[in-house]
Design a protein around this ligand. Structure first.
Ligand SMILES: *Cc1c(COP(=O)(O)O)cnc(C)c1O
Length: 429
């Protein structure tokens, strides 16, 4: 595979930007080698600047559930762009997107649009603290909620890949109110509530964890969080930036039947444009300025291009979409397990709707500790490159989820499995 142009661009980019990238995981540090510079995307494929084509399972880290350059999205954006790109004033597009979201996720009675998932979670925490009058919060090891200071504690994926417990530049003061518990550990949560009685404002959780690889909530875990937060008058924040419109049309709230107090969204609801949102119970959301005392603002928030992309994306989704995506994911994972078995390579796979994940491990992975302990990252790096060489673009880290789009049809899945057969053979030896 010729990647001359990517090699040249990467060298140039590294002179101008830290690591040559705008977000760390893109630099391929966990797998080594040269990141591909992308020229364009079309349906399930991306094309690099050397003209190589890849089946894309990253999909911009989740947003592109319609695949690349879906005609409905292109039309909506083209129409909006000729009317102007930003006004800093209300538009009807915000009402339309808010309406579509509320329809799919009834627990979101009111919503505030922001520009990224990071903004959504940091604003949600501020709101939870204001609403409850308490300061502390519980988060789970290996869950990533964006890069706000108080949430950069054992924060999964990027941070995990680089082997950092937190981040330089985050003060002890900023994390002193953050209590970290292992994912799926309800006893740990109960203990935290007892140790800090009356002080915990909220529990924030990825209801399906997608930032330490894909780790599913164990039976009763989310229900337990709901009950414990009721018992201790704390709020339950579902960070559905990744899972929203991914694990089901109504996100994890619908999939697990839980009406979280605050839900954070991003990724899919922006259809590939920069967006985030937080919403929930009306009495909580009414605390947000200008109605209430919790300040939060944004020059580009509710940006018409982002809103138009979101409306167009959600407009293409129905329950049938998820039936299809789930089937395609199951087919892919089943194929991978089968091929792994043939070559004696142990795989732990997981799926939640259109999110998929696999660990090179012979024991199940349930949390951050087991992910770090059992996942064979060296083997993953070899597999990643063997797949890349065969035209399949997986996440450049073992600790990321994979994503499917409506354009990942049977022939695309079959081509992926054919590549996987060659790749497994290569890494088995
Ligand atoms: C991606 C992600 C975020 C951060 O969103 P950005 O738009 O990258 O700031 C927060 N939480 C979860 C669960 C995510 O997957």
């Amino acid at each position: 595979m010729n990647i001359t142009n990517s090699l040249i661009s990467f060298a140039e980019a590294q002179r101008l930007m830290p690591g040559g990238v705008s977000s760390p995981v893109r630099a391929f540090k966990a797998v080594g080698g040269t990141p591909r510079f992308i020229d364009r995307g079309d349906g399930p494929y991306i094309y690099d600047i050397d003209g190589n084509r890849y089946i894309d399972y990253v999909l911009s880290w989740g947003p592109l559930i319609l695949g690349h350059a879906h005609p409905a999205l292109v039309a909506a954006l083209t129409d909006q762009i000729s009317r102007g790109t930003s006004f800093g004033a209300p538009t009807q597009l915000e009402i339309r997107l808010a309406g579509s979201i509320r329809e799919a996720m009834p627990c979101i009675e009111m919503i505030r649009f922001v520009n990224s998932g990071t903004e959504a979670t940091m604003s949600a925490i501020r709101l939870a603290r204001a609403f409850t009058g308490k300061n502390k919060m519980i988060k789970f090891a290996g869950c990533y909620h964006g890069h706000a200071d108080m949430l950069l504690v054992e924060a999964g994926s990027g941070v995990m890949t680089l082997g950092m417990a937190a981040s330089a530049g985050v003060t002890d003061g900023e994390v002193e109110d953050t209590i970290t518990v292992q994912y799926n550990d309800l006893v740990g949560v109960r203990n935290a509530f007892e140790s800090y009685a009356g002080q915990i404002a909220a529990v924030i959780v990825e209801p399906v964890a997608g930032n330490m690889g894909l780790v599913l909530p164990s039976e009763g875990f989310l229900d337990g969080l709901w009950e414990l937060t009721r018992e201790h008058e704390a709020l339950l924040i579902f960070d559905e930036v990744m899972t929203g419109f991914r694990v089901a049309l109504g996100g994890a709230c619908a999939a697990y039947g839980i009406a979280a107090d605050i839900v954070c969204l991003g990724k899919v609801i922006g259809g590939g444009l920069p967006v985030g949102a937080y919403g929930g119970r009306k009495d909580i959301m009414e605390q947000v300025a200008p109605l209430g005392p919790v300040y939060q603002a944004g020059t580009l928030s509710g940006n018409p291009l982002a809103m138009a992309a979101g409306v167009a994306t959600l407009g293409e989704l129905s329950e049938d979409t998820y039936t299809f995506l789930e089937r395609q994911g199951a087919r892919l994972l089943e194929g991978l397990r089968k091929i792994g078995k043939e070559y004696g390579i142990p795989l732990q796979t997981a799926q939640a709707g259109s999110m998929i994940g696999f660990f090179f491990s012979d024991v199940p992975v349930n949390d951050y500790t087991s992910a770090r302990k059992y996942a064979d990252t060296t083997r993953y790096a070899r597999f990643f490159h063997a797949m890349l060489d065969r035209g399949v673009y997986l996440a450049p880290s073992q600790f990321e989820a994979g994503f499917l789009s409506i354009r990942h049809t049977d022939d695309v899945i079959d081509a992926t499995l054919e590549a996987a057969r060659g790749a497994m053979q290569e890494i088995a030896s």
